[in-house]
Design a protein around this ligand. Structure first.
Ligand code: BDP
Length: 604
């Protein structure tokens, strides 16, 4: 799916700004609400989550549908073109109406969708209404529970005694921000148009052979020109499957990005796609980028900031990448859902390596509420498989051409160890699907949960890289770093026998900035540093250990709960991006660890 751009053949109109907004109490949308509103609405900004823009609990903790509305006018100069209304993302479920007519629906809160609009549907002034549902349940990704969970769920008076409350029970540790989160754009194309472009390549020494496949809805000849960064032509080809050789290819490298422009022209349409050329593969226990063993240094992140929630914030994106570079990091995982296309394009330009994750989070019914009870076979109870298939296909369709993406993650922290065969039945086909969908055949991973017996894991071993979330010294052996180290060492000795490359995609400790202590105690800044030092003492010994991504880049908002003080505090930076002591610790550490051949070199 192409990102909407403005060029000689295409126009974009963005509908960012102030929209009318209504919280509705009914669970279904009444069509009469799609007529123009004269009253009973409030104003808020798009794109952004709605939750933190106002001051009322009824908006922050709303459950079910809200409505957005605005008038849009399409300049008459554009109406002879093909018109497409595109949403970067709407969380979690959208119904879109134009002048009261339903254009369509979309399930899933983190990927783009679009509708073609005919000229006949348009008036001088048009009423665009978007109904947005934030409910999460056993069929959505992320997954929502259907009853109050938590470790007190078995206590009295029970939820049954006090009556059920209609609200979300997110089965995940981030605030369930909702709304029109990313830009709403109307773009034009000529009537015959380029629908999609897929670029693959082989690199052989100093040469690259590109294959550019164009999905053109039309019958004109297709011309493909590849330009380098100085706008000189590097190669030319033609046809729906153009093969183009580039001599002396300039490779895209982590932190040293290089982007060619692949310019496709057909009939009246043209599209210029930025493309980095790099190879990626797993070889034994090494993760090779451009045939060199790469070491991941970075973070699990969130799209999360004050006021906007998970809404697109390009300033935060730019700042975060600046802080990553300041720290000597080279990568992050889009935990726990696809990030904005704007962020992906920026990472491509800045040379930041990305593990790209679908919203497969909360596919786990054994957290907390299952303590002391018989574990549940999550995979037999949840109804997420179909949607999981869909989001994998759609994510890869959206992000297949980005050089920054080096691996797909099909899910975070399912309990894959308690029912290993069910886990394989569920995840095996999804891992294979990702491999099939990806034209570049990147490695695929599934992020593992701490808690159950890792020796019984089977599904994690189906992945190309074993990605582990581990909290030795926090959730396990918190405050006892000597024991934490022993436990971690034991686990590492086990993974060494599997012959797989292993990395941490999460490890961390909640830390309140400003809480300091000469004796490092939990929640102090000193403890966060001591925690990481203890982990590294063990991890640094193993050459099959190919990367460290901390949890989390910055503090972030979560649902309320007795273990969260205004959110999750495991950030190296605060939510406002102020560095904690651990941020400086990592700055020192990561500048000493090279991006390539990290395990071969002497660090001192
Ligand atoms: C892991 C989850 C992550 C949480 C983190 C934590 O993957 O979403 O925020 O632990 O507890 O379970 O801080």
């Amino acid at each position: 799916m192409l990102y909407p751009v403005m060029n000689l053949s295409r126009t974009t109109l963005e509908f960012s700004g102030i929209w009318k907004f209504r919280c509705i109490s009914e669970m279904e949308v009444d069509k009469s609400q799609t007529k123009a509103w004269q009253n009973d609405y409030e104003l808020l900004a798009v794109p952004a989550a709605y939750n933190d823009q106002k001051v009322e609990e009824r908006i922050r903790d709303h459950y079910g549908y809200v409505l957005y509305q605005r008038e849009i006018t399409v300049p008459s100069a554009l109406t002879s073109e093909r018109l497409v209304l595109r949403f970067g993302s709407v969380t979690h479920h959208a119904i879109v109406y134009l002048n009261g007519y339903e254009l369509g629906v979309h399930k899933g809160g983190f990927l783009p969708f679009e509708f073609e609009i005919c000229e006949e549907e348009l008036r001088e002034s048009n009423i665009l209404t978007v109904a947005v549902d934030n409910r999460v349940d056993y069929s959505t990704l992320p997954v929502g529970g259907n009853a109050p969970g938590g470790i007190f769920s078995g206590m009295f008076p029970s939820a049954v005694d006090i009556g059920h409350k209609e609200r979300n029970y997110p089965n995940f540790d981030f605030f369930n921000y909702a709304g029109i989160m990313r830009p709403v754009v109307l773009y034009t194309t000529p009537e015959q148009y380029i629908n999609d472009i897929t670029v693959t390549y082989k690199v052989n020494g100093t040469k690259a052979l590109l294959t550019v496949e164009t999905d053109y809805i039309g019958d004109d000849d297709i011309i493909v020109t590849v330009m380098d960064e100085s706008k000189s032509v590097s190669g030319k080809g033609e046809g729906i499957r153009a093969e183009i050789e580039i001599e002396h290819v300039h490779l895209w490298e982590p932190l040293h990005a290089y982007l060619y422009d692949v310019v496709v022209s057909a009939g009246k349409d043209s599209y210029s796609l930025p493309v980095g050329i790099r190879t990626v593969k797993v070889d034994g226990t090494s993760f090779l980028i451009n045939n060199k063993p790469f070491y991941f240094k970075g973070y699990g992140k969130h799209e999360d900031s004050e006021f906007r929630g998970r809404g697109l914030d390009q300033v935060i994106n730019v700042k975060d990448i600046a802080l990553m570079k300041w720290q000597g990091a080279n990568s992050f995982r889009t935990s726990h859902y696809p990030y904005s296309e704007e962020m992906m394009r920026l990472c491509d330009r800045e040379g930041i390596v990305v593990i790209d994750e679908v919203p497969g989070v909360g596919v786990n019914l054994n957290f907390g509420s299952a303590k002391g009870k018989e574990p549940v076979d999550t995979f037999k109870v949840l109804k997420t498989h179909e949607h999981h298939n869909q989001v994998i296909c759609d994510l890869i369709e959206r992000d297949k051409n980005y050089a920054c993406v080096v691996m797909w993650s099909v899910g975070n922290e399912s309990d894959t160890a308690t029912f290993p065969d069910s886990a394989c039945e569920y995840y095996g086909p999804l891992i294979n699907l990702a491999r099939e969908c990806d034209p570049q055949k990147r490695p695929v991973t599934l992020v593992g949960l701490m808690g159950s017996d890792y020796k019984t894991e089977k599904a994690l071993l189906l992945a190309d890289v074993v990605c582990l979330n581990r909290y030795y010294g926090w959730y396990l052996y918190g405050g006892e770093l000597d024991l934490a180290k022993k436990a971690l060492e034991l686990e590492m000795q086990y993974w060494e026998t599997t012959g797989k490359p292993v990395m941490f995609t999460e490890y961390g400790a909640d830390t309140m900035i400003g809480v300091t202590s000469a004796v490092p105690v939990m929640f102090s800044e000193e403890y966060q540093v001591a925690y990481y030092e203890a982990n590294h003492e063990i991890l640094d010994k193993y050459s099959f250990f190919i990367g460290e991504q901390v949890w989390n880049f910055s503090d972030f908002q979560t649902e309320q709960g007795f273990n969260r003080v205004d959110g999750n505090k495991k950030g190296l930076f605060t939510r406002e991006r102020r560095p904690k002591q651990a941020a400086h610790y990592f700055k020192d550490r990561w500048h000493k660890i090279p991006d390539f051949y990290a395990k071969e070199n002497d660090r001192d």
